[in-house]
Design a protein around this ligand. Structure first.
Ligand code: ADP
Ligand code: MG
Ligand code: ZN
Length: 500
């Protein structure tokens, strides 16, 4: 079925049914060691169970010790979303049985989270939208089950404890979200925020950020919430949006048919494009939360909190606003701020040459970086900027602005600079990229090109405007891209008009 048909069907549904959505995000915190022991969190690519000790294996009698850095990262997140932190918080045991949890409980926070009552504002196609954040708390991650064929080909499950005890921050929203697009934008903005403050790398594909959506519908115009379904296992922003839209359609179809919904947890299958039942939902009563007897309550004094708050970097929302005051269009500012590599490039170039116009730098960063780095480097390894420097970019923008180098050559220089890190001024020198603007010198080449391309010349005279682009391109090729395109255009028009 076509995308527009699906969009139309969804539009029909939400005329009658209003989606009510709350989002829960788990983010692995960026700490060197685990939450309650000294084991390293750098287990990516390591042998299974090589980063373990009695504490994170959950052996009886092992005692946890609080990781101060993890607490600070949640406090910083709380400060960044305008949440409040109680003077005293504590740890609670969340009891449940699962093979990846040998202790039989997870150390978490129940009624006194480190941060409460914050908010995050997102930009959507309908303008800015503020989502209230109920809480952000700290807990430990579980081990990981690996399902694999056994020696005789039978299906067996193995447990890898490397992830066990890694600090996790859980951030829960109020049921304020009203569409799948808002949910996706919230997840993207939250990722950007925690990356910016260094709380988490939050890579969804690597499981460092896990998004769960609680979805229910209510008849438009009514207040009471409907039965909610929790959807898990979405490992990209796109799947967050798809899964929620699927769930809206599924629930609407059931409600329209008079079938009651059950409160349950459903998984998302990206291949099949549908959600499926995992389990009928447990309630918090089932977890028998109680205060953790092995850890003292946590006192957060005002001075510590103030220190954390003052160490916060510029947040994405403030940065977008500031770029707006520099004259950047909203879309350009948004594109730069969404990518910390582009922020580095933009800030670096302006710092190197404060006389540059921010809009020019913004254009280079958003338009030329992507194109240039695509051709030269492995972007997944090196990001957008590769080996480039703010100075290198600034010098190049200045040269191109002065007209000493053509845009085509400047692009070439940027590619080489991103790849090698060689100063752009040196590349311009080495490659002999001096823009040729001299009308006499270019005129000779223009004459040659006209003589060599009678077909295109006839097309131009017959009024085919695109044919002039072909002739400009031919001159560019003759001059290795060094010709001033505006001078070439003028020379061509003059000659073709005179000859016609
Ligand atoms: P649970 O105990 O099932 O985890 P919570 O009350 O903690 O439920 O809420 C979990 C998430 O579900 C929160 O983001 C909350 O805003 C959201 N939520 C609660 N009720 C609904 C509902 N009826 N529809 C959609 N989301 C809801
Ligand atoms: Mg929940
Ligand atoms: Zn350990």
């Amino acid at each position: 079925m076509s995308a527009t048909a699906a969009t139309d069907r969804l539009a029909g549904i939400v005329e009658n049914w209003e989606p009510v959505i709350g989002i829960e995000v788990h983010g692995q915190l960026r700490t060197a060691s685990k939450m309650f022991c000294g084991c390293s969190t750098a287990y990516d690519g390591a042998a299974p169970n090589s980063h373990t000790c009695p504490v994170c294996l959950g052996l009886p009698g092992a005692l946890p010790v609080i990781n101060r850095r993890a607490v600070e990262l949640v406090l910083a997140t709380g400060a960044a979303i305008g949440a409040r932190t109680p003077e005293h918080t504590r740890w609670d045991r969340k009891n449940y049985f699962y093979p990846d949890l040998p202790k039989g409980y997870q150390i978490s926070q129940y009624d006194l989270p480190l941060a409460a009552a914050g908010e995050l504002t997102i930009d959507t196609s309908d303008g800015p939208f503020t989502i209230r954040i109920t809480r952000a708390h700290l807990e430990e991650d579980t081990a990981k089950l690996v399902h694999a064929p056994g020696p005789g080909g039978e299906r067996i499950s193995l447990v890898d404890f490397n992830r066990s005890g890694v600090p996790l921050m859980e951030i829960v929203t109020e049921p304020d979200v009203r569409s799948a697009e808002q949910a996706r934008r919230y997840a993207e903005e939250l990722q950007l925020l925690v990356r910016t403050i260094g709380a988490s790398d939050a890579d969804m594909e690597r499981g460092q950020m896990r998004v769960e959506a609680n979805v229910s519908l209510r008849r438009r115009g009514t207040e009471a919430f409907g039965t909610k379904v929790e959807v898990k296992n979405m490992n990209s922003f796109r799947s967050v949006e798809r899964a929620i839209n699927f769930e809206i359609e599924r629930q609407a179809a059931a409600l329209d048919a008079g079938e009651p919904l059950v409160q349950e947890t459903r998984g998302w299958s990206d291949e099949r494009g549908e959600t499926y039942r995992m389990r009928v939902k447990e309630t918090s009563d089932d977890y028998r939360y109680f205060p953790e007897p092995d850890l003292p309550p946590l006192r957060v004094d005002a001075a510590w909190l103030a220190e954390i708050r003052s160490a916060l970097p510029e947040l994405p929302a403030e940065r977008r606003r500031r770029y707006g005051t520099l004259g950047l269009a909203q879309g350009v500012a948004g594109t730069i701020v969404a990518n910390n590599d582009l922020v580095t490039a933009f800030e670096g170039a302006l710092a190197a040459r404060p006389e540059l116009r921010p809009v020019d730098v913004g254009r280079w960063v958003t338009q030329e970086y992507a194109a240039a780095s695509n051709t030269r480097i492995d972007r997944s390894q090196q990001g957008f900027v590769g080996n480039s420097t703010g100075q290198g970019l600034a010098d190049l923008i200045a040269e191109q602005g002065k007209g000493t180098i053509s845009l085509a050559n400047a692009r070439e220089v940027l590619s080489l600079h991103i790849e090698t890190g060689t100063p752009t001024s040196a590349i311009i020198e080495q490659e002999g990229f001096r823009q040729i603007s001299d009308a006499g010198a270019l005129g000779e080449i223009v004459d040659e090109v006209i003589a060599a391309n009678p077909g295109a010349v006839a097309d131009v005279r017959a009024g085919k405007a695109q044919a002039i682009g072909f002739l400009v391109g031919a001159v560019m090729k003759e001059t290795r891209g060094q010709a001033n395109a505006a001078v070439v255009q003028a020379a061509l028009r003059e000659r073709l008009a005179a000859g016609g």
